[in-house]
Design a protein around this ligand. Structure first.
Ligand code: GTP
Ligand code: MG
Length: 173
């Protein structure tokens, strides 16, 4: 069973394709108020959690709130795919600006499973190609993550590892 060490004050970036189980993982391990999800911020700024054209404004707002939380010493989890280097760089920047450690937790499930889950959801309408692109981005991510400034990178491979994972909050001092 994987025990993931996470500093008690951290900015936790979940990383994974759509359908990898990020929101489910966040619900299981963190309080709702600790989790900032890109879906929720798209809905806030554009009334539609799937409106990709609202992403820039949604992430501006998400980073702003993350900064406020970190300044107040509150652990913050970012529930977004975080598959693009620039998306992760923005999170590392927010964490550094507030002297908080950025941590990445990667959820890696087989693409076929992620697709089956996505297809079954009424609130996801994109096609298989979009998911295939996310899977390619995830594979690239592995080579990049180590040198992006994350203090820790935890990788959970497959549903069993994801299911069994526990988080241990670590004191900083
Ligand atoms: P996006 O928000 O689209 O990026 O997806 P996500 O990574 O947040 O995935 P989410 O947690 O929403 O899970 C997608 C679907 O898979 C949901 O219908 C979940 O109920 C299901 N699911 C997620 N994790 C598990 C799991 O561990 N076991 C089972 N059986 N289903 C899961
Ligand atoms: Mg989600």
């Amino acid at each position: 069973m994987a025990v993931l060490g996470v500093p008690e004050l951290a900015l936790v970036a979940l990383v994974g394709v759509s359908g990898s189980g990020k929101s489910t993982f966040a619900r299981r391990h963190f309080a709702p108020s600790q989790v900032l999800s890109s879906d929720a911020f798209r809905a806030m700024v554009a009334d539609d959690e799937n409106d990709q054209s609202a992403s820039a404004d949604a992430f501006d707002a998400l980073h702003y709130v993350a900064g406020k939380r970190l300044r107040a010493g509150r652990l913050t989890v970012v529930d977004a795919t975080n598959l693009q280097p620039h998306a992760r760089a923005a999170l590392v920047r927010v964490a550094r600006e507030h002297d908080v450690l950025p941590v990445a937790i990667v959820l890696d499930v087989p693409e076929a499973l992620a697709w089956a889950r996505t297809e079954a959801r009424a609130d996801r309408t994109f096609g298989k190609q979009v998911l295939a692109r996310m899977s390619r981005d995830l594979r690239r991510t592995y080579a990049q993550l180590a040198r992006e400034g994350f203090r820790k990178v935890h990788v959970l491979r497959g549903v069993d590892e994801i299911d069994a994972a526990q988080i241990r909050f670590e004191r900083l001092f």
